[in-house]
Design a protein around this ligand. Structure first.
Ligand code: S3P
Length: 176
């Protein structure tokens, strides 16, 4: 029997990876893992502190280790990845190998509305809409390369998006 794969959610900050991921995990009866939570628990520092005190490179190193651990878990999980996790080609390969990867998409203006002032997200500080617009352009190729599936979240509530994600996940799980 084919082992059941992780359901992996990727996308920019504000895409809804955590809220949709929690709802998908609840419906599937799976454990939910947010890579940022594991990074901060391991480092015993917040994301802002890690960026400020150790730098983004150290954050990415910790994130890489968390992605590797999550991918190695024999228990099929629902995983919300930090928005930059799939910039690393090794992370992309590992996540695609262990899971079905779903890219949650929304325009930068919508994402900016969801993240507010971006205070807890170092890459958004001062100018969330400008930063999200730039990141969207820069990261599109990485999200594209990582994703098996894309689900639009613009103007849609968590329940509706979770229903779409799970339907697409079930279809894809049959075919890989
Ligand atoms: C980041 C996204 C954040 C967090 C960190 C960097 C990024 O996670 O990992 O602030 O590079 O997009 P969320 O996407 O869960 O906000």
């Amino acid at each position: 029997m084919t082992p059941r794969r992780h359901l992996v959610l990727i996308g920019l900050m504000g895409a809804g990876k955590t809220t949709v991921g929690r709802e998908c995990a609840r419906r599937l009866g799976r454990t939910f893992v947010d890579t940022d939570d594991v990074v901060t628990a391991t480092a015993r520092m917040s994301v802002e502190q890690i960026f400020a005190e150790a730098g983004e490179t150290e954050f990415r190193r910790l994130e890489h280790a968390v992605v590797a651990d999550v991918c190695a878990s024999p228990e099929p999980l629902v995983v919300a990845c930090g928005g930059g996790a799939v910039l690393d080609p090794e992370n992309r390969r590992a996540l695609r190998g262990a899971g079905i990867v779903v890219w949650l998409r929304a325009p930068a203006g919508t994402l900016a509305g969801r993240v507010g002032d971006g205070a807890t997200r170092p890459l958004l500080r001062n100018d969330p809409i400008g930063a999200l617009t730039r990141l969207e352009r820069l990261r599109e190729p990485a999200y594209e390369a990582a994703a098996h599936l894309t689900v639009d979240t613009d103007g849609r509530d968590v329940d509706t998006v979770a229903t779409d994600v799970l339907a697409a996940f079930a279809d894809q799980e049959q075919s890989v």
